[in-house]
Ligand binder design. Structure first.
Ligand code: SOE
Length: 374
């Protein structure tokens, strides 16, 4: 049995989700490659030490440079804010480590390209964490589209709605600062809908995008009596044209009251339609024009049959549904399996660069108020 030692950098929400994935993946995957949760790295020694204990890491550390250089580390997982992705990933690649990086890959196209070039030069395994690709219902959608069940694709409609920033008294967290996060709802959640669009429909050629910041100031984190400027968008909406001729809409907002984590898409083709909603993540809605006319209509498929998906057989019997955390377990499963087999997992840093180019064209279009080429 080969053990693969992991260092995770960042331990807030996404770091917790990734920690859980390394903890849970062991029994699901091949016994020949098991991850070992070696080091959790963060800036505050006391806080990261406590988090390491809670989340199951053997050690904690505060200097990521030292951690990525360590000979006993094989995989570096980057779950930090976007402004540090490039520096950490490039150092990890130079040190010969496999890398898993949270989305969006970077804050700029330039940084994303530098990261791709570093992993290609070093010849290391690289993966971008767009965990929603790993949902069995999304995989079934992909299989059906590839099999031609939907015919020619006409429309993609991706909507990612949340409401956690609606309170104007919510402080100026890093996610509201362009220097840290790169963008707001755009990179944070619309990027997921965009990645699913590319995964399911194809490359995006042109975009006409809008961005809006409704709450322009927020209390400072260290002094709530003062306010600081929000330098990212609260909401992002776009029309997109795909290379294959399909037309789409993508919307991401964190100001949709009542919508907590509403990640939905609908795809319409010449032979049928598909619809997915993260809040019902074990189901795929399918409409097929080939059904007898009297029986046509959207049906819900509970995607828990082992033949639907490579991962589902490793969990529970059919009908025993899975949840949000499994999307990360599946991501880690695919990453470790690719490392073991010497294959290239997707989405990778190249997908990260392509996604970043769409995000950049979206921002350009919001400025120019014209369609922009990606
Ligand atoms: C916050 O908006 C967030 O945690 C995102 O950062 C994740 O990528 C998304 O999946 C859930 O919401």
């Amino acid at each position: 049995m080969t053990e693969l030692n992991v260092a995770l950098i960042g331990y807030k929400f996404m770091g917790r989700a990734h920690s859980n994935a390394y903890r849970q993946v062991g029994p699901v995957m091949s016994p020949s490659l098991q991850p070992r949760m070696k080091v959790l790295c963060g800036r505050d020694a006391a806080a990261v030490g406590e988090a390491a204990g809670q989340l199951g890491w053997e050690e904690s550390a505060t200097d990521w440079r030292e951690v990525v250089e360590r000979d006993d580390i094989h995989l570096v997982d980057i779950s930090t804010p976007g402004d540090s992705h490039a520096e950490i990933a490039i150092a990890a690649a130079k040190a010969g480590k496999a890398i898993l990086c949270e989305k969006p890959l970077a804050n700029t196209v330039e940084d994303a390209k530098a990261m791709l070039s570093a992993v290609e030069t070093a010849g290391v395994v690289h993966m971008l964490c767009h965990n929603y690709r790993r949902i069995p219902a999304v995989m079934l959608a992909k299989q059906m589209i590839e099999a031609g069940d939907l015919g020619e694709i006409y429309h993609y409609r991706g909507t990612y709605l949340q409401d956690w920033v609606v309170d104007p008294e919510l402080p100026l967290l890093w996610r509201f600062r362009k220097d840290k996060a790169g963008s707001g709802a755009l990179g944070d959640i619309a990027s997921h809908s965009l990645d699913l669009a590319r995964f399911l429909v194809g490359e995006i050629a042109q975009i006409s995008g809008e961005l809006e910041t409704f709450i322009t100031e927020r209390p400072l984190l260290d002094d709530a009596t003062k306010k600081g400027r929000v330098s990212v968008d609260d909401a992002a909406i776009a029309l997109v044209r795909f290379d294959n001729g399909a037309l789409g809409t993508i919307e991401g907002t964190r100001l949709a009251l009542g919508r907590k984590n509403y990640n939905r898409f609908e795809i319409n083709g010449s032979k049928g339609s598909l619809a997915f909603d993260l809040e019902r993540m074990n189901e795929l809605e399918v409409y097929l024009e080939s059904d007898p006319p009297a029986r046509r209509g959207f049906r819900k498929i509970l995607v828990t049959e082992p033949e639907h998906h490579p991962y589902i057989a490793s969990w529970w019997p059919p009908g025993h549904i899975i949840g949000y955390e499994h999307t990360f377990v599946h991501t880690v499963y695919d990453l470790l399996t690719a490392i073991e087999r010497g294959t290239a997992p997707r989405p990778n840093f190249e997908d990260g660069v392509r996604n970043q180019k769409v995000l950049a064209a979206w921002e350009r279009s919001a400025e120019s108020r014209r369609w922009e080429k990606v």
